[in-house]
Design a binder for this molecule. Sequence first.
Ligand code: ZN
Length: 203
Amino acid sequence: MTDLPRKSTLRPERVEELLKKCGAYQEGHFELRSGRHSGGYVEKFRLLERPEIASELCRAMADAFRDAGVERVVGPALGGVIIAYEVARVLGVPCAFAERVGEKLEFRRGFQFRPGERVLVVEDIVTTGGSAREVVEAARQAGADPIGAAVLVNRSGKPLDLGTSAIALLQLDIASYPPAECPHCRKGIPSHAPGSKGTHKTT
Ligand SMILES: [Zn+2]
């Protein structure tokens, strides 16, 4: 077992291609819930509903940590349950998930860790990094040793800071703008809410 820096074996271009293929990463002109506009949008459930695509990405996450002596793979509910299960399946180890209880992410359902158990934390899309970082902390609290973290997409616009050595298969920097400054509006491209098929003009 080694603690070398980890690297994805899957090219970022391939990751982006797979995310576009299943509709998880859409390009266009979007009105986000925050009121801001963007030229791209990520909806992780379009990926999680496609096992054949998700499993290729999970395999790359597992491969990056194959010789790291991982004893268990853990992730945050909801998306992280699926990712943790699949990465654990590839590595041939158990999995577990943390779920939100009030403000906190906790391991419930009788999940127990051996003291110092080598745990890999996984997450689908990191927007702020909050959930993944909380799982790292929850694993530590439960007596495990979070030896690393692997995420599918880091779209936080910053390097990952998860409290352990972390890799992302894809770094996605999607700019967003107040409508008045939106370059897509200026070009007169119709905008729509993410996930909706219909388009409508914004003024
Ligand atoms: Zn716009």
